[in-house]
Design a protein around this ligand. Structure first.
Ligand code: ME8
Length: 517
């Protein structure tokens, strides 16, 4: 039996076409999903769209179409963008799915019957984009404390969810499970901002809205969009309120990772776990609130006019170049930035120079000095050992970094192997050894170590830039591409024939490219 691995991303609002920042998250989770598949896990990667709420209704009205037609269009666009980016999701879910809607209604009704949801009156400030109510005291300069936008005053009869009842259990869970909230700064923020002064009960219905899931026993109310959206993680794998769960739910829940952005950590580490506790469902293992991608250091925003869409970008760059940049530029804790100049420089330095040149140089030397037949590694000396040790440990180091959500750092660790290979070439000067027939064995050993290191790096790159990885493995004619083969150094078969020393990527002329962007 394979070990299971269930990973989810946030489901994007269908109020507008997803931008490169939204897509970044799906690529991030894709790397983890691909890595775990290659590492022998039975993976379920779920993503999708969050389609109810006032914002969608307003946008549809603006576009003079029905909400359903509007969300169909945006959801399709999102799926197309993920396909374009080679995101290997197993499930793409939509919250307008009737089965999901029914399950959300059942969850709501169950909690109502249990007494965890009750009817009351609400008076307060409402933020439309966040779909959230706030008390006067929680506003920041009369604006929404989450997004800093204008709020409107409202009064309505609403259902409330007893967050307070579970507050102590949640605190205890967070303390006992150090991996539950990542990064650590977010964990502290959640504890200090929400779990220190006591949680207020949450307003979980709206009576002024009709584009949502109706409360089954009181249909003038619709269910709060966050209850609807968060539940996707269990409804779509077949959770059943009466305990008759589908096999998929039994197999994959609790989720290993919820990958979400830094702005919605509260929903995933306060509301969601409490909802699960109220339903008596085990909690997900890790919620990672990743930092954001900015454009030239600024927030991606339609009003600023700096929005980048991946389908536009893909007219100018290869998909793996975009994937590489996105993964590499956003580190574990701090925001990363998208900037065309840095993008081109990054492609030229890492993909063209470090990686591409290494592969074509190594292949060219094997063709030139050994007629394309990969030689054997014979005697090992200190300088070989250093390179080999790094290569042998790389799978383990990468895996640990991935498990702790350091995806950019894990990618850089792989590129570091290629940097080490280039240094190894410079230090060993194979072209000098090639002039001396007595050094043939040494020359062969060096070239073997290079090819095997390239193979190891490329096998790992399957999780990050799959098309490029395949190209490299084809160029070096590697038959062994499994993670299993990374356990030892030497799984590349000597005697393999290499023919192709053409470049992997073409160097980008920065000035030319910038003019055309
Ligand atoms: O919040 N860089 O949807 P959403 C990186 N429907 N990530 C970014 C980003 C950026 N510049 N901008 C946004 C929602 N994101 C809810 C989620 S989940 C049950 C419901 C991320 O369309 C953001 O942090 O506003 C979130 O994780 C995702 O994109 C979708 O954002």
């Amino acid at each position: 039996m394979k070990k299971t691995f269930y990973i989810t991303t946030a489901i994007d609002y269908t109020s507008q076409k997803p931008h490169i920042g939204n897509n970044y998250e799906k690529v991030l989770a894709d790397v983890m999903a691909r890595f775990k598949r290659l590492d022998g896990f039975d993976v379920l990667y779920q993503t999708g769209t969050d389609e109810h709420g006032l914002k969608v209704k307003e946008k549809a009205k603006e576009a003079k179409i029905e909400p359903k037609d509007y969300v169909d269009k945006i959801s399709k666009e999102m799926k197309n963008l993920l396909d374009l980016l080679n995101v290997s999701y197993d499930k793409f879910v939509r919250t307008i799915d009737p089965l999901h809607e029914k399950k959300v209604q059942e969850i709501f009704e169950y909690l109502y019957k249990k007494g965890d949801i009750y009817l009351d009156k609400y008076e307060g400030w409402y933020c439309v984009p966040c779909e959230s109510f706030f008390l006067e005291k929680d506003l920041e300069e009369k604006k929404c404390p989450d997004c800093n936008r204008e709020v409107t005053y409202g009064k309505e009869e609403s259902y409330f969810f007893k967050l307070s009842k579970y507050e102590n259990d949640l605190k205890e869970y967070i303390n006992n499970n150090p991996d539950f909230i990542k990064p650590e700064s977010k964990k502290r923020e959640m504890i200090n901002n929400f779990l220190t002064d006591g949680l207020q009960d949450l307003c979980v219905s709206r009576s002024s809205l009709d584009w949502g899931i109706k409360v089954s026993f009181d249909p003038k109310h619709v269910i709060y969009v966050w209850i609807d959206a968060l539940s996707n993680y269990i409804t779509f794998i077949g959770h059943d309120i009466n305990g008759n769960h589908d096999i998929e739910y039994k197999k994959y829940w609790p989720a290993n990772y919820h990958i979400i952005g830094k702005d919605i950590v509260k929903f995933h580490t306060i509301y969601w776990p409490i909802l699960l506790m109220a339903l008596d469902i085990p909690l997900p293992k890790t919620v990672y609130g990743h930092p954001w991608l900015t454009i030239n250091g600024g927030k991606i925003s339609k009003s600023v006019g700096n929005v980048i869409y991946v389908d536009e970008l893909a007219k100018h760059f290869e998909i793996d170049q975009i994937r590489y940049y996105l993964i590499h530029e956003v580190p574990y804790q701090n925001d990363g930035t998208m900037n065309y100049e840095i993008l081109i420089e990054r492609i030229n330095s890492d993909l063209v120079n470090t990686l591409g040149n290494l592969v074509s140089r190594t292949n060219a030397m094997i063709i030139k000095y050994f007629d394309g037949i990969v030689p054997e590694s014979v005697n090992e000396i200190e300088i070989d050992r250093t390179l080999k040790e790094y290569a042998i440990n790389l799978k383990e180091t990468t895996s640990n970094l991935i498990d702790s959500c350091h995806i950019a750092e894990s990618l850089d660790g792989i590129i570091e192997l290629f940097r080490k290979c280039n240094k190894y070439i410079d230090e060993n000067e194979p072209w000098v050894l090639a002039k001396d027939e007595n050094q043939k064995e040494r020359l062969g050993t060096i070239l073997y170590n290079l090819i095997e290191s390239i193979r190891i790096g490329a096998v790992l790159l399957q999780a990050y830039i799959p098309e490029t990885s395949e190209k490299i493995l084809n160029k070096i004619n590697a038959s062994n591409r499994s993670f299993e083969s990374l356990k030892a150094f030497g799984n590349y078969a000597p005697g393999t024939v290499i023919k192709d020393a053409t470049p992997l990527f073409n160097r980008i002329n920065k000035e030319e490219k910038l003019k055309n962007l």
